[in-house]
Design a protein around this ligand. Structure first.
Ligand code: AMP
Length: 424
């Protein structure tokens, strides 16, 4: 499934390309067609599933398509209610990004800050309003906002809204909304009180539920190689001796790490290319193309750069390091085993990362298979808290000494001298 197949208008397609989105996430693929058809939706999806784009794209498209009718005046046509200021800002950014080639305008309002900028923005006219409940009601009371023309209403993170005690505020907002509207209801969980609330808001909704992040790992064979930090390169080369691993997506925590791994592999005549934030859009696209066509065997990616990557039937994912956030591990290995294909993930773990593995195993609720039979077993132990403190102190000292020398040298010999050899 591609975004083209979702019949999106050209300005939105173009914006999604710029965001590097190639494939809709499951919630987007399932929800967008129904939303474009005008149906209400009850969606069980949490952050990280692409839910924001799932509701933002159809609303932008519908408003962009019939803005002609409303030429000149700009009544408020969509309201997105969300529990926190952070979420409100994120949604506003997403609307601006996906709608950048349309004429649709949005603004964001939330409490805890002076209202003047917000009321000025409202005064200039907006199509979509993203709001937290308190400030919304406040500005409604003051007459800055009227909900009489709302055609699209989104309740985002409904379960969190109720947890935060917003039920009365939500009811007050609902009372002001026109009955003839399309409503979109998103919640990470659907306990009884949430389902009850959804019934008051939705009419004959399309229901969609996407798996929380922890469950995607079940279909993938996962292997863990425990080793020392200093032997990771050799271990990787040893693993890549197996020619079955013909197309490997390898994750590195840092951009420099990614470049280093590429150099190590290329030296051993293993064709590798890196994609990360320091590479230009063209370089990234070329690397991806080479990888897809089989000219590059190992694509080395950082987590952020990997987001837009979608390769059909990718079998192998290698974690050169273990992410400290278990969700990141699940996202990484979820890149393999697409479209019903069996995926295989291989993780290289140094002593300091053992504890990350424990958190991952708790999240995915399964034990990752240890590969004991390899030439570079883990012989070192993780540092104790005391040793770690000492290590960090030494490291900070070395950094300071480095910068001190740099400063002295730049004082004598001008800026930009290398402290080791005095050369520029
Ligand atoms: P959300 O679940 O809405 O918080 O989105 C999670 C992250 O996924 C955001 O950083 C989005 O920019 C990103 N994202 C959403 N849809 C896609 C897509 N189709 N392809 C790649 N990234 C996406």
């Amino acid at each position: 499934m591609t975004f083209e197949q979702l019949e999106l208008i050209t300005p939105i397609q173009k914006a999604l390309k710029e965001e590097n989105y190639t494939t809709p996430t499951p919630i987007q693929a399932q929800a967008i067609p129904h939303l474009l058809d005008g149906r209400d939706i009850l969606a069980s999806a949490q952050t990280g599933t692409g839910k924001t784009a799932a509701f933002a794209i159809p609303i932008l498209q519908k408003i962009a398509q019939d803005r002609q009718q409303h030429r000149g005046k700009r009544p408020l046509r969509a309201l997105i209610l969300t529990p926190t200021r952070e979420l409100a800002l994120q949604i506003g950014e997403s609307l601006s990004a996906y709608g950048r080639f349309t004429q649709v305008r949005n603004t964001v309002i939330f409490g805890g800050v002076n209202q003047q900028k917000q009321t000025e923005a409202l005064g200039r006219g907006v199509d979509i309003l993203v709001a937290t409940p308190g400030r919304l009601l406040d500005l409604m009371d003051q007459g800055f906002i009227h909900l009489g023309n709302i055609e699209y209403f989104v309740l985002d993170e409904a379960d969190r809204m109720l947890d935060m005690g917003f039920i009365h505020d939500i009811r007050k907002v609902l009372a002001k909304l026109p009955t003839n509207r399309q409503s979109l209801f998103f919640s990470a969980t659907l306990p009884d009180n949430i389902v009850d609330l959804s019934r008051k808001i939705l009419s004959d909704p399309f229901k969609v539920s996407v798996n929380p992040v922890s469950s995607t790992a079940e279909t993938i064979q996962q292997y863990l190689y425990q080793t020392n930090k200093s032997s990771k390169n050799e271990l990787l080369l040893h693993i890549l001796q197996d020619e079955d691993l013909d197309q490997v997506l390898l994750f590195s925590r840092t951009k420099h790490g990614a470049d280093r791994i590429c150099r190590t592999l290329n030296k051993k005549r293993i064709r590798a290319a890196a994609i990360h934030g320091n590479k230009s859009q063209n370089q990234r696209q070329k690397a991806l193309q080479d990888f897809k066509e089989g000219n590059v065997r190992v694509l080395v990616a950082t987590d952020i750069a990997s987001r837009g990557i979608d390769i059909d039937q990718l079998r192998y994912v290698v974690n050169f390091d273990i992410p400290n956030e278990p969700e990141t591990y699940v996202h990484r290995i979820g890149r393999s085993g697409r479209a019903g294909e069996e995926g295989i993930s291989i993780s290289l773990c140094e002593p300091e990362e053992n504890s990350y593995i424990r958190s991952i195993e708790t999240l995915i609720d399964q034990k990752i298979e240890r590969v004991a039979d390899h030439p570079y077993p883990q012989t070192e132990r993780p540092m104790t808290a005391e040793e770690k403190k000492e290590f960090d102190k030494e490291k900070a000292g070395r950094r300071q000494a480095y910068f001190d020398t740099r400063r002295q040298n730049s004082g004598r010999g001008g800026m930009g001298r290398n402290p080791r050899n005095g050369r520029r």
